[in-house]
Design a binder for this molecule. Structure first.
Ligand SMILES: C[S@@+](CC[C@H](N)C(=O)[O-])C[C@H]1O[C@@H](n2cnc3c(N)ncnc32)[C@H](O)[C@@H]1O
Length: 288
């Protein structure tokens, strides 16, 4: 295990369970976001995301779930992802120690090959859990979205004592539509399961305040820490694969070299051809 850090951001290169146990104090974290391997056979650099059985996968997962709960402050929030197949195990397990406030569906556009003999998978589930349902952070006003119904049609709401226009903004429901990260997007990094910054932006704004500590035990491309940093939060990240560690060192700690290797963004071909065959350079920019 090796640690890299600056004043506000820490990166541990090592195994999530070992690092959680040895490096992270009880009741010290405001927000944990966990996007672990899903046991669906993906290749994460040298690591194959595959367990011999569902029960061995969940037994492994229960160890880091216990650690995440231990390190969470009494007012803390945990967002937990896994496959649709494994989520029922996680949901039942966390309810021993946490309150599940929302079961979120991250719904996205098509993912290449279309299923022909069953309904293709177009979403990933996310559990939104807190330690104490009477005392937790939820900055509703910071994540408001456009209310598409009454307000858009300028309808009058007659339900109260005084008629008024419908609200133009509302707190999002539990079905979230965010596109998956594509090669041409500015935020793209080389990783098979990068989560969009927009997804983490909503989670971090809602469930933490400036200066709070956000922990991600399976960091991948370090999206969580990158958004935490943009939003003025502190971050702790753990990642076992050196290839992805290098993304974090560049993206979060702004290091330009690792063991003599120059750390650079993916050098993408951003030329696009339009219908007339004319090539032009795609304009890519940061969302924030
Ligand atoms: C689903 S990906 C996370 C993607 C990340 N949320 C993002 O937006 O890029 C899971 C990550 O966990 C890492 N990993 C696998 N086993 C690990 C372990 N035991 N400890 C720490 N990281 C691990 C993998 O290398 C992979 O990058």
């Amino acid at each position: 295990m090796k640690t890299y850090k600056n004043t506000n951001h820490t990166i541990h290169h090592g195994d999530a369970i070992e690092v959680l146990r040895s490096e992270i104090d009880n009741d010290s974290i405001d927000l944990v976001f966990v996007d672990p391997p899903y046991n669906i056979g993906k290749k994460f650099s040298e690591f194959k995301d595959s367990w011999p059985s569902d029960s061995e996968y969940v037994e492994w997962a229960y160890k880091w779930i216990d650690e995440c709960i231990r390190v969470l402050k009494p007012t803390g929030t945990l967002y937990l992802m896994t496959s649709t197949k494994a989520m029922p195990y996680f949901d039942i397990y966390v309810r021993k120690n946490l309150e599940v406030l929302s079961r979120i569906i991250w719904s996205y556009d098509s993912s290449g090959v279309q299923a022909k003999r069953y309904y293709g998978s177009k979403y990933e589930p996310i559990l939104h859990c807190v330690k104490n349902a009477k005392s937790y952070c939820f900055n509703a006003d910071d994540i408001l979205v456009e209310a598409k119904t009454g307000a858009k049609r300028k309808l009058i709401d007659y339900r109260g004592d005084v008629p008024k226009l419908y609200n133009t903004k509302k707190v999002p429901g539990n079905v979230w539509e965010f596109p998956r990260v594509r090669y041409r997007m500015y935020e793209y990094e080389e990783h098979p399961s990068q989560k969009p910054e927009a997804l983490l932006d909503r989670i971090i704004r809602a469930s933490s305040n400036k200066g709070n500590i956000v922990l991600d035990p399976f960091s991948g491309t370090f999206t969580t820490a990158a958004v935490a940093k943009k939003l003025g939060r502190k971050s702790i990240s753990i990642e076992s694969q050196e290839e992805y560690l290098k993304i974090g060192l560049r993206r979060i700690l702004e290091m330009d070299k690792y063991q003599g290797e120059i750390l650079e963004r993916v050098n993408k071909n951003t030329k696009i051809q339009n219908t007339r065959g004319v090539k032009y350079k795609e304009i890519t920019r940061d969302l924030f």
